[in-house]
Ligand binder design. Structure first.
Ligand code: SAM
Length: 252
């Protein structure tokens, strides 16, 4: 059903505020976004890394918000796109945006921690802008790797601290405390109250930490087109493989 511009404008206002700016038949949903035309400004920096033709492929968009990326995946011909988010207000926006775009996307209210309940693997999993909103970010990566991963993970996280990454030695002596002072040591900054006025920001990694946690969850980073964005493939090892306890000899 084709909605008039004034009806779209009315519903956009009623469903707001929006985090995603999407042009719905010429009506922008978040024209005053503090990051500019978001997420288009992010998307254009890595869209060339995603296959242009997704015909026959399945996509899971975790933390889909108003569905900007879900809609882009469908535009590239994906056979099935499932967007999940735990916030019903964002899902209502996503359903409305998909209706105006006349595109067939399924949206479900689900937390990332429940991806196992889907009992389905997806060729492409988008996990964009959700990591730092989680109290248990490594658990989420492990669950995605274990239950939902097919071929390609598209990951993005806000980063703070050193933007330079490093691969450290696998082990350090107990008395080597200097290593923790290095800006490039993997660090996850804990937000007890709020960051940027947002009480749902919990753990913000530096670049080394984002990369180390992806590796630790069983992903190989195959491309890094933008500071916050990583394209990864499952590396064949199970999630959390490094968490095998040594029988003896570790520090107490
Ligand atoms: C910053 S927005 C990112 C939206 C979109 N993925 C993007 O990159 O533009 C974070 C989204 O993650 C959702 N979210 C936060 N915690 C979640 C969880 N545990 N499970 C599913 N979605 C979650 C929020 O509701 C919100 O829509």
């Amino acid at each position: 059903m084709q909605l008039s511009t004034s009806e779209i404008r009315r519903q956009v206002a009623a469903l707001g505020p929006w985090f995603h700016n999407i042009e719905l038949n010429g009506v922008p949903t978040a024209p005053d976004h503090f990051l500019g035309n978001y997420p288009y400004v992010k998307w254009r920096k890595f869209e060339a890394e995603i296959p242009g033709d997704l015909t026959g492929m399945t996509v899971l968009d975790i933390g889909c918000n108003a569905g900007f990326y879900s809609i882009e995946m469908k535009r590239r011909g994906a056979a099935r796109v499932l967007g999940i988010d735990y916030d019903p207000a964002y899902l209502a926006q996503a359903r409305f945006a998909a209706e105006v775009e006349e595109t067939d996307i399924e949206f479900r209210q689900l937390s990332v921690y429940d991806v196992g309940s889907l009992r389905e693997r997806f060729d492409i999993v988008l996990f964009m802008g959700v990591f730092y909103h989680l109290r248990h970010p490594l658990l989420a990566l492990d669950l995605i790797r274990e239950h939902a991963m097919g071929e390609l993970l598209v990951f993005q996280s806000m980063q703070r601290g050193s933007p330079d990454s490093t691969m450290l030695n696998e082990n350090h002596a107990f008395w080597n405390t200097d290593v923790f002072e290095e800006a490039r040591y993997p660090k996850l900054h804990f937000v007890e109250h709020r960051y940027a006025d947002d009480p749902t920001n919990w753990w913000i990694p530096n670049a080394s930490c984002a990369e180390a946690m992806l590796r630790s969850a069983g992903f190989e980073i195959v491309s890094h087109p933008e500071q916050e964005v990583y394209l990864c493939r499952p590396d064949g090892k199970p999630a959390g493989e490094g968490a095998v306890y040594p029988a003896r000899g570790g520090s107490e």
